[in-house]
Design a binder for this molecule. Structure first.
Ligand code: GLY
Ligand code: MN
Length: 461
């Protein structure tokens, strides 16, 4: 939930940026999404634009702005049947405390809209209001179709994304709490996971610890890959059993008050890193620490990414996996055979938060840049992830065209011998401050010695 003064400030700042002279804006929270073929619903997520500007997360609710009258908040209050099945819901007074606006019943939205029938209307938030108007107690939306202005919507939505980049104190408080819950979960995993557990049970352990430490839910589907599965960037945990001698990659984060944390650690299923695991881990760790040390206001995130690519290329040359000059290898995207994703992304009300690329900048279609989700100069208050990785991904490394294109740049025999290695990613959440950065997840160690010390606790019992 929001802090009313700060939420009102967000609305003021956004309205100033919009500089609307006429027309009106609706920001819809969204409706619960039914699971087809059942009488159940998916877990409800309020649209981040609504949550940011309204400070609450109620379904079927709409925040409106009209330059003549300012902001209004229309909320769907529970009907008598809802009260039987799902309870009374939050009191209007409590919604007002969090939103800094007195909520009106959603039934009053229809006449509000009717009064603006000829105005240009921008629909932000969830556009299900256009497709499922009855859920918002709107009898029909057809007569407004002519005045929905998608160009205006795109401009206004972009300005909300810009406002959302720099986090205010209430947002940072939620993000710190999310980071604390995530750190607790990862520490618990490091201290307790042993070979013989399944990926699914690892998920149960870490997520339970998130919830015990204040997490409301997971910020995204937990990614847990053991052994070769660590090479699948967004791997969904399975019944596969962890084996001694292999690595486990856990990319999982708690969400608090709608704000995400996003944390990855990779560690041995047994007590210690072995052989090449240790070398590659050290390389990823050094790359991550260098990127965090360089993160400060004014620095272009893309430059951090490219510097990380260069370090990865140089490290892989030292390990005899790549061949050639690191600068030339990065120019050819050879590093991306092993590090195909971007260095990270903005974090906030979404895990891959809004506004990650400046307007007008779109990710390049180059293999080494197309998954770069942040391309902008860092500013105080931004929270970004820094998450380099090195993977042995079959879909890339067994592709005959890539093998031909990089015949000279890769020691393919060595790479083939590492088939099944999986991958190593290390990810922390970093707040950009006035002078540098603060790692919100710093309480979770990443250096080899600290990881092995935590792992030894799992085997001491
Ligand atoms: N945590 C998943 C991702 O950043 O894509
Ligand atoms: Mn991430």
């Amino acid at each position: 939930m929001g802090s009313p003064g700060l939420v009102a400030q967000r609305r003021q700042q956004v309205a100033r940026a919009w500089a609307l002279e006429r027309g009106a804006v609706l920001v819809a929270s969204g409706l619960p999404v039914p699971i087809a073929g059942t009488d159940q619903y998916h877990d409800f997520h309020a649209h981040p634009e609504f949550r940011y500007l309204a400070g609450i997360a109620e379904p079927a609710s709409v925040l409106t702005f009209d330059p003549g009258e300012g902001w209004r908040l229309f909320v769907r209050f529970p009907d008598p049947d809802d009260r039987i099945w799902t309870g009374d819901g939050p009191e209007p007074a409590s919604l007002e405390v969090h939103a800094g606006l007195a909520p009106q019943p959603i039934e009053e939205l229809a006449p509000w809209l009717e009064a603006r029938r000829t105005e240009p209307l921008a629909l932000l938030g969830n556009d299900d209001l256009r497709h499922r108007p009855a859920g918002y107690h709107l009898p029909s939306i057809d007569r407004f179709e002519a005045v929905f202005d998608d160009g205006l919507k795109a401009r206004l939505s972009w300005q909300v994304a810009e406002a959302r980049r720099s986090k205010d104190p209430a947002e940072l408080d939620a993000m710190r709490r999310a980071a604390t819950a995530s750190v607790a979960g990862h520490l618990h995993a490091l201290r307790s996971i042993r070979p013989g557990l399944t990926e699914r049970l690892v998920q149960v352990e870490i997520e339970a610890e998130f919830f015990r430490h204040g997490g409301d839910r997971t910020a995204y589907g937990s990614i847990i890959g053991s052994g070769p599965n660590g090479a699948i960037l967004h791997f969904t945990p399975t019944r596969r059993t962890l084996a001694a001698g292999e690595l486990v990659l856990i990319d999982a984060g708690a969400e608090v008050d709608g704000y995400a944390s996003d944390v990855t650690r990779t560690f041995p299923a047994g007590p210690r890193f072995e052989g090449i695991q240790r070398d590659i881990y050290r390389l990823v760790y050094d790359v991550q620490r260098a990127a965090i040390a360089a993160a400060r206001p004014g620095v272009e995130y893309r430059d951090l990414h490219l510097a990380a690519c260069h370090r990865i290329a140089a490290g892989l040359v030292d390990l005899g996996i790549l061949r050639g000059d690191p600068t030339g290898l990065v120019e050819r995207d050879a590093h991306a055979l092993f590090f195909p994703h971007g260095l990270g992304h903005l974090l906030g009300l979404a895990t891959h938060d809004a506004g990650g690329c400046l307007q007008g900048r779109t990710p390049s279609d180059r293999f080494g840049l197309k998954w770069l989700r942040a391309d902008l100069p860092l500013q105080p208050g931004y929270v970004v992830t820094i998450e380099p990785g090195i993977y042995f991904i079959s879909a890339i490394l067994r592709d005959p065209q890539r093998r031909a294109a990089y015949r000279d740049a890769v020691d393919w025999e060595r790479v083939d011998a590492l088939h099944g290695f999986g991958g190593i990613r290390i990810e922390d959440d970093v707040l950009i401050t006035e002078t540098g950065s603060e790692v919100l997840t710093a309480a979770l160690p990443a250096e080899i010695e600290a990881i092995e010390s935590l792992r030894s606790e799992a085997f001491a019992r």
